[in-house]
Design a protein around this ligand. Structure first.
Ligand code: HEC
Length: 137
């Protein structure tokens, strides 16, 4: 005997999605919000700059800017891409960890570590306006 198809889960899913879309559309923000978000972003960029210029506290005291002055030649716009050092396609943060482990001889950071976010914010800000070109060498 064929059972009656139960549409209830699908209906709930549809209702849930509709609700989610509506709440996204209803998301309004003021100039004040924009100002605050920009300030928060700039604070993280500034933290990243400090870390990049010797603020990571690694015991060998090697700093990122010794090899990448002003984050020159970090090319965030080329990620994800194949990196020889790791032998696979990687994201920018994984390459940062390679530099933490090797030249800086210190512990890698988790992808969502605030210090890792800050380093990436600083590096990306330095390359602002450069067109995305993932995979490029
Ligand atoms: C002793 C020199 C040295 C130091 C110090 C150093 N790096 Fe690097 N970095 C390298 C080398 C070498 C590469 C590999 C270049 C390549 O193959 O693209 C690299 C690559 C990178 C890349 C990818 C560049 C690209 O074109 O794909 C990023 C991003 C990066 N480093 C960030 C950092 C950060 C952040 C720090 C500090 C935590 C740091 N580096 C410290 C030497 C250094």
């Amino acid at each position: 005997m064929m059972s009656k198809t139960n549409y209830r889960p699908a209906l709930f899913l549809l209702l849930g999605l509709t609700g989610a879309i509506q709440s996204v559309q209803a998301d309004e923000f003021s100039d004040q919000d924009l100002e605050r978000w920009q300030m928060e972003y700039q604070t993280v960029v500034d933290e990243g700059s400090i870390l990049f210029h010797g603020g990571l506290g690694n015991s060998n005291t090697v700093s990122c800017d010794q090899c990448h002055p002003n984050a020159a030649n970090t090319h965030p716009e080329t990620y994800p891409k194949f990196q020889q050092q790791l032998g696979r396609v990687i994201a920018l943060w994984e390459m940062i960890n390679w530099c933490l482990l090797n030249p800086l001889e210190t512990a890698p950071l988790a992808a969502d570590d605030p210090k890792m976010i800050a380093l990436q914010a600083y590096i990306a800000e330095e390359r602002k306006g450069v067109a995305l070109d993932p995979g490029k060498h």
